[in-house]
Design a protein around this ligand. Structure first.
Ligand code: RM4
Ligand code: MN
Ligand code: MN
Length: 432
């Protein structure tokens, strides 16, 4: 192991040197394969290199489950240190130039200093996330029975004020969106009036909407269940779309991949939201059962590809109003979060590249002829092609690492953090 800063361009260049020859050979071979399909590999590489996804600040600390948390060595102890880890991810992958903050977890009394710290690390800020699903120390009113939809107007006002605080902090940081996810709902039939709770949601979010600067977007995030186990106020994309349409043109729906019932066809939801011109963005992650925060592409890479297939369709068709924000939203319980986040960013690029190389004219022809088998095979050929050389080329072209995990491990960064960031047990992030 060399003792090096993984953010140092010279270090990355020297790590790349050893891999350059095999990378060039693999890229040339894939280039020839794609040329036979009339696809220009360099064009795909350029598009992949332009792909961006935001890192969730809460993702760089070790997560946990409701049974326990096993902290990793050298976890960031505050938002400034979280940004340092985010910079490592960005330098090595060249795909994550922005960070999505969560208040109050990332609260600081000097957002100007935070903005400067980020700029010094080559980072900017993506959407702000509010948190009214937990009580904070010294908070006057409790969210135990809800926040934006609480029966007590004073609790709703407190939750609205918190969202406005997030907008104000984000305005200093250069963010241009607020993501609202609430845990409000009911654990028992009868506990809550399902219709009135939704009406209270609309009233509260309208007050937040009013406080948005002109160039901001409001992302409404739905989730089927948890922490409410019987009914959640914004449980699905239908509720979120109704709310977005009621609020106005700056309100959009955010699709967190982990927030649906098992077997739900998420790419279909994406297609519908694109049609409605209300797809605001994504929280990418993966899931198998009830968890909503596994690493993107780790369980169902084909589903991820199918989601990106819809995004590429919309991109190529220049679908009106299509400008989704890409964010990761994950919790890493048993891996080094930096490694998981780098891998996840790359998995998104992989799905994007696979979708980009689908032979769309051919696919359209097979669809028109109702050739079901060839339609399916043509689509799947994008997925089964190994696009890894494109991803490595895209990274290297932007100063990133050909093999980010190896370069990260070899640098000894985490071990050094273990020494320079002694003992912090909790980031105040609950189970995340
Ligand atoms: C929720 C939801 C939100 C995230 C919190 C931490 O399940 O995904 O986006 O902010 O978790
Ligand atoms: Mn989310
Ligand atoms: Mn979630």
């Amino acid at each position: 192991m060399v003792q090096a800063d993984p953010r140092d361009a010279n270090y990355i260049a020297s790590a790349n040197k050893a891999l350059a020859a095999t990378q060039a050979a693999d890229y040339a071979t894939l280039g020839m394969q794609l040329a036979r399909r009339q696809i220009d590999i360099d064009d795909i590489t350029r598009r992949v290199a332009a792909f961006r996804v935001a890192i969730p600040s809460w993702g760089v600390g070790t997560g946990g489950t409701r049974f326990g948390r096993f902290p990793g060595a050298g976890e960031p102890r505050n938002v400034f240190e979280k940004l340092e880890d985010c910079a490592v991810i960005h330098r090595l992958t060249a795909a994550t130039p922005t960070v999505s903050l969560h208040l109050p977890w990332d609260r600081t009394d000097d957002f100007v200093a935070l903005r400067e710290h980020a700029a010094g690390l080559g980072l900017g800020f993506d959407a702000m996330n509010s948190n009214t699903f937990q009580d904070q120390p010294n908070q006057p009113l409790s969210y135990k029975f809800g926040s934006l939809t609480h029966t007590d107007p004073a609790v709703r006002a407190q939750a609205v004020a918190h969202n406005i605080e997030c907008i104000k902090a984000g305005a200093i940081l250069g963010s241009r969106a607020l993501t609202v996810w609430i845990g409000d709902g009911a654990n028992f039939p009868g506990q809550s009036h399902l219709g009135k709770a939704f009406e209270r949601y609309l009233e509260s979010t309208a007050a937040i909407y009013k406080a948005l600067p002109a160039d901001w977007r409001l992302f409404l995030e739905h989730k089927m269940y948890e922490p409410a186990f019987y009914a959640t106020v914004i449980q699905d994309w239908g509720s979120s779309l109704m709310a977005a349409q009621a609020l106005g043109p700056k309100a959009f729906c955010l699709v967190d991949l982990g927030h649906h019932a098992p077997n739900v066809n998420i790419e279909m939801i994406v297609a519908r939201l694109i049609h409605a011109q209300r797809l605001g963005g994504f929280h990418f992650n993966d899931s198998k059962y009830g968890d909503d925060d596994l690493d993107a592409g780790s369980i169902e890479p084909f589903r991820l590809f199918l989601v990106f297939n819809e995004l590429v369709e919309a991109e190529l068709a220049k679908a009106p109003g299509f400008n989704p924000a890409h964010m990761l939203d994950q919790s890493h319980n048993v891996t080094d979060p930096i490694e998981s986040l780098m891998t996840s960013a790359i998995e998104l690029q992989r799905a994007y590249a696979q979708a980009l190389i689908v032979e769309r004219a051919k696919l359209a022809g097979f669809r028109a002829a109702n050739d079901v088998l060839m339609s399916a095979q043509t689509l799947k050929r994008g997925f089964t092609t190994d696009v890894a050389p494109i991803l490595a080329q895209a990274r290297a072209s932007k100063g990133g690492a050909i093999d980010p995990i190896a370069a990260y491990r070899d640098s000894g960064y985490r071990l050094r953090c273990g020494q320079t960031r002694p003992g912090k047990q909790s980031l105040g992030g609950g189970i995340v």
